[in-house]
Design a protein around this ligand. Structure first.
Ligand code: FAD
Length: 487
């Protein structure tokens, strides 16, 4: 694959002028302050300066920019809200690159109430897409902590998951159509909204989760769902992590599969959140070490009872089951939200974890998944090893999906720089793979996990991915250096 290296000053100016000819001068940024903003992401760990930032306003402008980059041998770095956690959306140091910032392509093209689908452009902020669905009495269930900044193209390109995957699936499962520009500048127009289309390889599915290495997503069609009208949100203190799947399965059986959220919040994570944000109430009851944030929702009002603040809560079925689980000694305590405000507070607790960890010093984050039945075994083994090596794990996770964010921090009195992180990582990934897990459940690979990808991805799959990349992007212009480790 061609090496892309930094051009000289006059080439740079000529290239910026070419871009300006496509998107207009106002939409090409070259001043150092702007380049530094677009050259870094939410993590602050990945920083580099692109040649320029172009802000296309239409699919045809994206196609023209892609062709210009291919002609000039300039790498294209597609960028949404820069909330990705793996360094996928920022350029590489020393690489001649154009950041393609998608924020101007921010139209909700249609909401089709009859078909229950929505067509949105890649630069639409996730929360705006949710609002657009809500205005039509429907729900777009993709949601996670970065919803106020991340964009649809970024969420699709990382195949984002988040809180509601258990019931509605990941970004991939919600997407039923795509429009994209391929590395040769051709436009794929597959905004069909078809739920069934068996006409060969699925280009949509190739682009989803490709982290911008196979093309630029410009728009997508998503499934919408009936709006939940009644919810029960609760924080459960449970006897042990090994019993979590009993709680989940019994809730699913009792409610006909209406569990939307099933989040793992063990004591160390809750402690650090409440220490960092003293206004958050600690919901975990002693002696329980394991907390679960659960939410069950229904669109059927006849299943609901009104609360004093006017919100609706699922009727007795959930509360009866929680009482049964308490009698059985599985659930030790349950804090059930009695109002929308209490629900918001419980969500605030969950959504504060990343900020709380970040505020408390250096950490190594993982984003892993395991078969549900092996999670307790994994967590016990890793917690023991962490304690032995001087780490304090701060774990949360979308437990219903088998997805853990197992973060390592320094135990009290230990210095981060003195800790054997490499040894810990090796053991963690060895254990994970032996139990049939994945080293990236939802955040993707970007720059941050290239070494793990090289060492741990099944060779046959890695070879097939490289072959696809070579076939679609022979010049290697599309977000090079991300996702795929060098041969
Ligand atoms: P960016 O960060 O800008 O880009 C991400 C990747 O997508 C890059 O490789 C980029 O090149 C590529 N890309 C961007 N736009 C396009 C496009 N139009 N076409 C092709 N490629 C493109 N993720 C989860 O899955 N679940 C969570 O629960 C979750 N919680 C989070 C909480 C917080 C507080 C934060 C900061 C992040 C969280 N994330 C979570 C990470 C998540 O991956 C991103 O927030 C989001 O999916 C990325 O969207 P973005 O628009 O910011 O993309």
């Amino acid at each position: 694959m061609a090496e892309l290296s930094a051009p000289g000053r006059s080439d740079r100016q000529g290239f910026s002028e070419t871009c300006a000819g496509i998107v207009g001068e106002a939409n090409v940024l070259t001043d150092p302050a702007a380049l530094s903003v677009y050259g870094t992401d939410w993590t602050g760990q990945y920083t580099a300066t692109p040649l320029a930032v172009a802000r296309p306003g239409s699919t045809s402008e994206v196609a023209a920019l892609v062709r210009a980059c291919a002609d000039a041998g300039v790498a294209i770095v597609p960028q949404g809200g820069r909330t990705g956690l793996c360094g996928g959306g920022v350029p590489l140091a020393g690489q001649a690159s154009l950041v393609l910032s998608m924020g101007r392509m921010n139209r909700v093209r249609t909401v089709d109430e009859a078909a229950r689908t929505m067509t949105v452009e890649a630069g639409v902020i996730l929360e705006s897409a949710q609002d657009a669905a809500e205005q039509h009495g429907l729900t777009f269930p993709l949601t996670f902590g970065a919803k106020g900044s991340c964009m649809i193209g970024g969420a699709l390109s990382t195949n984002a998951g988040g809180m509601n995957v258990l019931r509605y699936g990941t970004a991939r499962e919600l997407c039923v159509g795509i429009e994209a520009v391929l590395p040769d500048g051709s436009i794929v127009n597959a905004l069909t909204g078809l739920r069934k289309d068996n006409t060969g390889y699925d280009i949509k599915d190739l682009l989803i989760g490709a982290e911008g290495t196979l093309g630029i997503i410009t728009a997508a069609v998503f499934k919408l769902y009936p709006q939940p009208r009644a919810r029960t949100t609760a924080f459960l203190s449970i006897a042990s992590l090994a019993q979590a799947h009993t709680v989940l399965n019994r809730l699913q059986d009792q409610t006909g599969g209406a569990v939307e959220v099933f989040e793992f919040m063990p004591r160390p994570a809750v402690d650090v959140i409440c220490r960092t944000f003293p206004n958050i109430r600690h919901p975990l009851s002693r002696p329980a070490e394991t907390g679960l944030l659960i939410e069950v929702a229904t669109s059927r009002a006849d299943d609901a009872e009104g609360l004093p603040d006017g919100s609706l809560r699922l009727n007795g079925q959930v509360l009866d089951l929680l009482a049964e689980l308490m009698e059985d000694g599985v659930v030790l305590d349950a804090m059930v939200a009695q109002s929308e405000q209490q629900r918001t507070d419980l969500w605030h607790l969950r959504e504060s974890i990343l900020e709380a960890i970040t505020a408390n010093g250096p950490a190594y984050h993982t984003d892993i998944s395991l078969p549900l039945a092996r999670i307790a075994e994994f967590v016990t083994a890793m917690d023991d090893l962490s304690a032995e090596l001087g780490f304090q794990p701060l774990t949360v996770g979308h437990l219903g999906d088998g997805n853990l964010h197992y973060a390592l921090t320094a135990a009290q009195g230990r210095r981060w720089n003195d800790l054997p992180l490499d040894t810990m990582r090796q053991s963690l990934f060895d254990n994970l793979m032996a139990l049939g897990g994945s080293f990236s459940a939802e955040h993707g690979i970007g720059q941050s996990k290239l070494d793990v990808m090289r060492a741990r991805k099944e060779p046959a799959q890695l070879a097939a991915m490289r072959a696809i990349k070579r076939a679609l992007d022979p010049k290697g212009v599309m977000n090079p250096g991300k996702l795929l480790p060098t041969d």
